[in-house]
Design a protein around this ligand. Structure first.
Ligand SMILES: C[S@@+](CC[C@H](N)C(=O)[O-])C[C@H]1O[C@@H](n2cnc3c(N)ncnc32)[C@H](O)[C@@H]1O
Length: 203
């Protein structure tokens, strides 16, 4: 029997430890100066919670959404260990009812699990759920990542290009899209020289 995407993620997260580590994503951390205490944040496909825990530690009120209960169990432990409270929702983000203008900050870190039509819907959802002026912090892999093979999807259609992000979020203000190579060590699944694309922008 072929495993579904859900089963695959559940099986990955069933292994002991944190697949993507417990430290926050380096790009997200580098944007701490843009975060304000009390802001409402959404961590999209947040997995084991490293990024939502970091946001909560900065004083934000954070909703962590992922479809994997295995990952969310680990996120709960991480939050407890760090003495922060998160709100959780277990949901398929390709079918999530994105609440209207509900969040000051959306963190979308390595959420490249969808084919282009579902990705377009998720990007539309991100826009819809940000308050006017709300901040999007997104990081993913670029096409060159196919050569590096140090993490991420192997289907080129799931990787980002500057043009793709510019098309999707070109109407944002203060839009800053950066493409670069960097050595990252974010758990065992994201390790080594990586082709990254960062996006910072405000709705
Ligand atoms: C590469 S991991 C990144 C996790 C987290 N954002 C981080 O940076 O540590 C991708 C995450 O997407 C989740 N995921 C995959 N497909 C999903 C879907 N359709 N709906 C919600 N979460 C999904 C997986 O469970 C996994 O936690």
């Amino acid at each position: 029997m072929e495993l579904s995407e859900f089963d695959r993620w559940q099986a990955r997260f069933a292994a002991p430890g944190y697949l993507f580590g417990t430290a926050p994503n380096a790009f997200l951390k580098s944007k701490t100066h843009l975060l304000r205490q009390g802001e409402r944040a959404l961590a999209v496909a947040d997995g084991e919670g490293r990024n939502s825990v970091f946001l909560a530690e900065q004083g934000l009120d954070v909703l962590s959404v992922d479809f994997s209960p295995q990952a969310q169990a680990k996120a709960r432990v991480l939050a407890q260990e760090h003495g922060v409270t998160l709100r959780f929702e277990q949901a398929d983000m390709t079918a999530w009812p994105w609440p209207t203008e509900a969040f000051d900050v959306v963190a979308a870190i390595f959420i490249q699990f969808t084919a282009p039509p579902e990705r377009a819907k998720m990007f539309a959802g991100i826009k819809h759920t940000l308050k006017p002026g709300g901040l999007l912090l997104m990081q993913g892999y670029g096409l060159k990542q196919l050569d590096y093979k140090t993490g991420g999807p192997s289907d080129p259609a799931q990787l980002y290009t500057r043009e793709l992000l510019q098309d999707a979020f070109g109407d944002f203000s203060s839009l800053d899209i950066r493409e670069y190579d960097s050595v990252i060590q974010e758990g065992s699944r994201h390790a080594g020289l990586s082709a990254l694309i960062d996006l910072v922008g405000r709705k």
